[in-house]
Design a protein around this ligand. Structure first.
Ligand SMILES: C[S@@+](CC[C@H](N)C(=O)[O-])C[C@H]1O[C@@H](n2cnc3c(N)ncnc32)[C@H](O)[C@@H]1O
Length: 342
């Protein structure tokens, strides 16, 4: 079994996809204990290391692996200019280059926000690719939309995949499988979860049967974890009630909802469409039918986490873990494809 080390692992969205594709997740590294607790809970056979990846001295203590996967935070990237990749302020990205040089894995997969491609007119991105190539890899990159791969969410992210030069193969990304017209929708993904509208705050027991193919895919547990409603003030509920499916603050009457007025504010999911990008906050998006923010489980499903994946920590932390993650289903499709090249 090929082994994987996951740098900047978070709760393990990227790792989950690799695990499901038959890779062995060896070590996860992150500097947030709360995220690593979720990771350990869901990956019982893997090690976790709470380390600051900005400190290159720690890298030598991490055992080698066949594959390195990484989702460095974009804030770690300095905007000082395209030619300054080696600027020490870019240390989080540099730790990925360093790891490749130190441990020489067969392949790597790096994920990042799409803004990385356009920074400094695309020159930063070109420099990153060059740097990966100079570490001895044949590099392929692509901007992928998760919805094209069966995730019920519009989420554009850049993926960079490198295969060791000696293997002499250029990775090809899996082809999109879904068209705009047949994207998996919010309704198909979360429509059979308990509504929590009748005063109940949470639900753990699961008697619902899957109705859609997507529900059959995610429903691998007879318990529902992390399905807990947020208690909103009445005026918040009343305001949400005024927004139609797929609408946002622009649909509110004059003077209502003025406290939040930006693109994502008061956005209601649409039952017949994929969700907007799940972010790390928890006050901008609302359930397509119920007058409340989605529960962690609802967002986890929209991110393609299966129901057995349980998130630990405070609700704020769980929102960050879910919002930060690479959708496991997309990670699975990339991992499965990568296997063919190794
Ligand atoms: C975008 S998230 C990665 C999400 C992950 N790939 C997934 O699929 O779930 C970035 C992660 O980098 C971690 N991080 C940020 N700075 C770090 C540092 N200096 N050392 C280690 N981890 C760091 C954050 O805690 C966060 O979990």
């Amino acid at each position: 079994m090929l082994s994987v080390n996951d740098f900047f692992s978070g709760c393990g969205g990227l790792s989950q996809g690799f695990k499901e594709a038959g890779f062995k997740i060896q070590v996860a590294v992150d500097n947030q204990e709360a995220f690593l607790k979720t990771f350990s809970h869901n990956f019982k056979d893997s090690q976790t290391r709470n380390l600051d990846l900005g400190d290159s001295n720690i890298l030598k203590d991490i055992p080698k692996s066949d594959i390195v996967v990484a989702g460095p935070p974009c804030q770690g990237f300095s905007l000082t200019g395209p030619r300054n990749i080696d600027d020490p302020r870019n240390k989080l990205y540099l730790s990925v280059f360093e790891t490749l040089k130190l441990t020489n894995p067969k392949a790597f997969v790096v994920e990042n926000v799409r803004g990385l491609k356009t920074m400094w007119e695309g020159n930063v991105f070109k420099e990153i690719i060059k740097k990966f190539e100079s570490a001895g890899y044949i590099v392929t990159e692509s901007l992928l939309n998760s919805a094209d791969y069966g995730v019920p969410q519009i989420r554009h992210r850049v993926f960079i995949v490198g295969i060791k030069k000696e293997i002499n193969k250029k990775f090809e990304f899996p082809k999109p499988e879904f068209d705009k017209d047949d994207y998996i929708t919010c309704g198909e993904a979360i429509g059979n979860l308990p509504s929590l509208e009748n005063g109940e705050l949470k639900s753990n027991d699961y008697n619902e049967k899957p109705i859609t193919n997507y529900q059959r895919y995610v429903m691998d547990s007879n318990k529902i974890y992390n399905h807990e409603a947020t208690l909103h003030k009445q005026f918040v509920k009343d305001t949400i009630a005024l927004v139609p499916e797929g609408g946002n603050y622009k649909d509110l009457p004059k003077g209502v909802g003025d406290s939040r007025k930006f693109n994502e504010a008061w956005t209601r999911y649409h039952s017949k469409k994929p969700s907007r990008t799940i972010d790390t906050g928890h006050r901008n998006h609302f359930h397509y039918k119920w007058n409340r923010v989605p529960t962690i489980r609802e967002n986890a499903r929209l991110q393609s986490f299966k129901d057995s994946f349980e998130f630990l920590g405070t609700k704020t932390s769980q929102n960050v873990q879910v919002g930060n993650a690479v959708p496991p289903l997309l990670a699975f499709k990339i991992a499965k494809e990568l296997k063919k090249f190794l």
